[in-house]
Structure formats: C-alpha cells, structure tokens
Design a protein around this ligand. Structure first.
Ligand code: NAD
Length: 270
C-alpha cells in the first residue's frame, strides 16, 4: 500500500509507462460497485436470489445450463435487470477519455458483464467474460451473438422463454453470451489471444476493482510485468494484484475506482 501522502508511489516510473508501450486497463466488479452493482462477494442477494441452495460457481456452468436451461436463464435475466438500472460512473467515463487520448495504443479488458463500459462510449474493448445483454446459439451453429429480447423476463414461463430465446437459425435454445465457470477463455468469443498479445506490448497496466480470483487479471498482469510493464492496482483492499503492482515498481492506490483514477491521472500529468 502507498504511504500517506503518496510517498511510496514511484511516480516517475509510472509516468514513463505509456511512452514504453500500450496502456492496458483491466477492470473487475469493483469499478461497477460505484454504479450500484454488487461485487461477486456482495452479501445482498444479487448472486444468490432464486438460488438458495447453490453458489454462483455451481449455477454459472454449462453443466447446469444443460440440466435446467430455463432456470439458469431466469437467474441471468434477474441479474440483467439489476444491471439495466445502473449507469456508468466517473471511473467508466475517465477510461473513455483515456481512449481518446491514447487512441489505438489504449486497450481495455473487462471481466464485467454489465455492459457499462460500452454504454459509457468505450470502443476499444474486450469483454472477456461476455455481456449480460447478449446471447448466442448453444449448439454453435452461428458464430455471432445477438441481443436478448427485452420481453424475456424473470417472470416468463418455460414455454415463453423457449420461444423468445431460440436460435433464429437452427431453433435450438440460445445461451447467455457469458464465460461459465466450467469453460475456458478463447479467442473466438472472448479475445483471449489478442488480450495476451496486448499485455506483451504494454508499458503501463492498470488493474481496477478486481480481487484476482479469476485467472485473467493475474495472468495478463504477470505477462506484462515479465515484458517490462509497470503495474498500478486500484482497489480499497490489498490482494495479490496489488502486491504484484508494487513489485513491478508501480503502485497500489488503496481507494475506490473513481478516486484512484483521479489520483493516477494527476501522476500521469506530472
Ligand atoms: P470480485 O467481486 O471478486 O472482487 C471485487 C473487487 O473490487 C474486490 O477486490 C474489492 O475489494 C474491490 N472493490 C470494491 N469496491 C470497490 C470500489 N469502489 N472501487 C474499486 N474496487 C472496489 O470481482 P472480480 O475480480 O471482477 O471477479 C468476479 C467475477 O464475477 C468476474 O468474473 C465478473 O465477470 C463477475 N462479476 C461481474 C459483475 C459486473 O459485471 N458488474 C459484478 C459481479 C461479478
């Protein structure tokens, strides 16, 4: 953690990062906490409603979808409704400004499925865990994704959902466009190889609001660090990502996403 007054932050090294390579930002649930969307470990029903006997790790799986597709759909439709009420916050908007500043040299990889980065206007974006607003054919007959109809709601019956959530090409059930716990990252849907290539060319990597439980942030940060990037972690709590950021000669900014990005902006501006 940085010392009071920012004494522990290597400002000069961080400032040099963008001139050495890409600026790569990796976001997790914490950035959307400031928009009112609970994080993974939040104790407020977001992840548990309708699933008293199960943990998200059991429900968010291909295996469970194959067993009880319409129950799993309802669980996701509830989460989609929560996300639809949320708006992008100043941290999301700051990252859109960064994209304007650095253009093609700026990349954002998010684990979030809430679509708030896109809603804020981010274009150079990899949604590495998918998007709660989109679906795709569960039988892979079409390579593309398409929006989930707004008429599909938690209260719909199985038959209604079956009609609304069918693949328009083959008629099989569509599935949420999400990376499930029993699936692996891939390039086709989640741009995993592209994200790793960007990490190798990064000069500055900023992780925001992620506990690092999923493999993506730690894998990309480690890769970037081994190629010489400086890392900054923004998170009110300390975790392996913040320790790795300090080890890279960067910093752990121990605060919320909005405040952390404001402080980092000041460091970068000198
Ligand atoms: P996580 O819930 O495991 O960790 C959230 C992290 O955010 C914690 O380390 C916490 O200290 C930090 N945090 C809390 N408030 C913050 C704030 N105001 N500013 C900055 N950081 C803050 O989340 P994760 O690491 O992203 O992994 C969870 C998984 O669940 C991911 O796969 C993600 O796709 C999914 N998820 C997505 C959403 C979403 O789309 N909004 C929400 C919850 C979970």
């Amino acid at each position: 953690m940085e010392k009071p007054g920012g004494g522990g932050v290597n400002q000069a090294r961080i400032r040099q990062g963008p001139s050495r390579g890409y600026v790569l930002v990796i976001t997790g649930a914490g950035i959307s906490a400031e928009s009112g969307i609970p994080t993974f470990r939040g104790d407020d029903g977001y992840w548990t409603i309708g699933s008293v006997n199960y943990r998200p790790e059991e429900l968010g799986t291909l295996r469970k979808f194959q067993e009880v597709p319409w129950d799993i759909w309802r669980w996701y439709l509830h989460r989609r409704q929560v996300c639809e009420k949320a708006m992008p916050n100043p941290a999301h908007h700051r990252l859109v400004e960064w994209e304007s500043r650095w253009g093609e040299r700026f990349h954002l990889v998010t684990q979030n499925v809430d679509g708030l980065h896109r809603q804020a206007g981010q274009r150079n974006l990899f949604e590495s865990h998918g998007n709660l607003q989109m679906m795709r054919c569960s039988q892979h007959c079409l390579p593309r994704t398409w929006p989930i109809p707004s008429s599909a709601k938690v209260g719909c019956g199985d038959l209604e959902l079956k009609t609304l959530l069918a693949c328009p090409n083959c008629g099989a059930a569509a599935r949420p466009h999400l990376l499930w716990f029993d699936e692996s990252y891939n390039e086709e849907h989640y741009r995993w190889s592209s994200a790793q290539n960007i990490a190798r060319k990064a000069g500055l990597v900023v992780t925001i609001g992620t506990s690092g439980v999923a493999t993506l942030p730690s894998r990309l940060s480690s890769l970037a660090k081994s190629c010489g990037a400086v890392l900054v972690d923004i998170n009110p709590e300390q975790n392996p990502l913040s320790r790795q950021a300090q080890a890279s000669g960067g910093a752990h900014l121990a605060c919320g996403a909005g405040e952390g990005l404001e402080r980092l902006e000041k460091i970068l501006q000198g």
